[in-house]
Design a protein around this ligand. Structure first.
Ligand SMILES: C[S@@+](CC[C@H](N)C(=O)[O-])C[C@H]1O[C@@H](n2cnc3c(N)ncnc32)[C@H](O)[C@@H]1O
Length: 363
């Protein structure tokens, strides 16, 4: 219990805490505004406009570069005020020869992640994960808790993988959002596991590899490895060709191509423990003869820790709950239990400069 301080009969500490609680609720109620204002900055290409200009810009200079005959500059100013407060852009007052002051908006290390058409960009990820198709299932959380069922299916009448298969536009948006995250993680994976990759032999198959970007970059850095990108047929059919990588379409629940080593990034968190066991047993079967490694790139949930990515990891767990078929983020203990059940005998966790870690498993 907090110690209460009475000043003129008012319980100051308790009142301050109650007010603080109110402020926290307000902040959480309007947290969606943060995401959607960020989305608007990406849609309006504000970071790209300032980047192309090469220096900080005034509001009217930014407005002139936005392709619209009827731009509402007052709304743009309010959006910029919020984005500056979030440290997504900087704002500096500049004194003009006329004596007037002009605000100039510049980039920060955060806004550089909003740039389009860059190798390292989170712009497609922002557009994907703030899209109505992805956010709508969250409105079904309480109904799913009461009645059971998958929020995504309640919202859309089909699972996320069915939607990807049935709707090419959704498929392309989802894959590009995922590929953009993957590109930001590739460097961390290659640097963080460099001793591991250099010791691997033969082939490396990326299970659920999406467009194949991860395995393509690994084999580029380690050309002694033969790369295979394995995913559902409709995904690999639309994936670009990568030097040193063969695309293979199929279902990981049925059979995984035989390989010396396997990598799985952001695949197991989409599935239940039972489904993960089926996938991991298929992986085990595919590599066991060759005594290869299974390299899992995933979040390790640390509910008690409060470091840079820990809040996001908890949010991702809820996203897995709403948008996948009972997928989840897992703690270290949960990962170890799952891998032991899949008959792996040795494990090693390698933290990366990223929200993800590597869990290396051998049998
Ligand atoms: C969250 S995405 C991860 C993609 C990629 N590994 C990455 O990190 O960018 C999950 C991937 O699993 C694939 N997938 C889903 N069900 C599958 C199945 N039964 N067999 C093979 N791949 C599957 C999806 O098509 C998707 O590309």
């Amino acid at each position: 219990m907090p110690s209460n301080e009475l000043v003129l009969g008012i319980n100051v500490t308790e009142d301050a805490e109650i007010l603080q609680g109110q402020a926290e609720v307000h902040k959480t109620i309007f947290a969606y505004i943060d995401s959607l204002v960020l989305r608007s900055a990406v849609e309006l290409r504000i970071a790209d406009i300032i980047y192309s200009h090469g220096q900080a810009m005034s509001l009217s200079q930014i407005a002139l570069k936005i392709d619209s005959p009827s731009l509402d500059i007052m709304c743009l100013e309010r959006v910029m005020r919020m984005l500056v407060r979030k440290k997504i852009f900087t704002a500096h007052c500049n004194e003009q020869p006329s004596g007037e002051t002009l605000t100039l908006y510049g980039l920060t290390t955060t806004s550089k992640w909003l740039l389009h058409d860059q190798e390292l960009s989170l712009a497609p990820t922002i557009l994907t994960f703030t899209d109505l198709s992805i956010t709508k299932p969250a409105y079904e959380i309480s109904r799913s808790i009461k009645e059971g069922g998958i929020p995504f299916v309640k919202a859309h009448g089909e699972s996320i993988w069915e939607m990807a298969s049935n709707h090419p536009e959704f498929n392309s948006m989802f894959n590009s959002g995922m590929a953009a995250i993957t590109r930001t993680v590739i460097d961390a994976v290659i640097k963080g596991y460099k001793d591991g990759f250099s010791k691997l032999e033969g082939s490396l198959v990326d299970i659920g590899g999406g467009t194949g970007k991860l395995v393509a970059n690994i084999v580029k850095e380690y050309p002694h490895l033969k790369g295979i990108n394995f995913d559902l047929s409709h995904v690999v059919e639309n994936a670009p060709l990568h030097y040193g990588v063969t695309h293979v379409g199929g279902d990981m629940f049925k059979e995984i191509p035989s390989a010396n080593n396997i990598i799985l990034k952001n695949v197991l968190h989409n599935w239940t423990d039972e489904d993960c066991l089926k996938i991991l047993k298929n992986c085990q079967k595919a590599v066991s003869e060759k005594k290869g490694k299974v390299i899992i790139v995933e979040v390790i949930l640390r509910p008690e820790r409060h470091e840079m990515f820990d809040d996001t990891a908890i949010a991702l767990d809820i996203l897995m709950m709403t948008n996948t078929i009972r997928g989840k983020e897992r703690t270290e203990d949960e990962w170890m239990k799952l891998l032991k059940e899949a008959a792996f005998t040795s494990f090693n966790i390698i933290p990366l400069q990223s929200i993800f870690s590597i869990i290396e498993a051998t049998s």
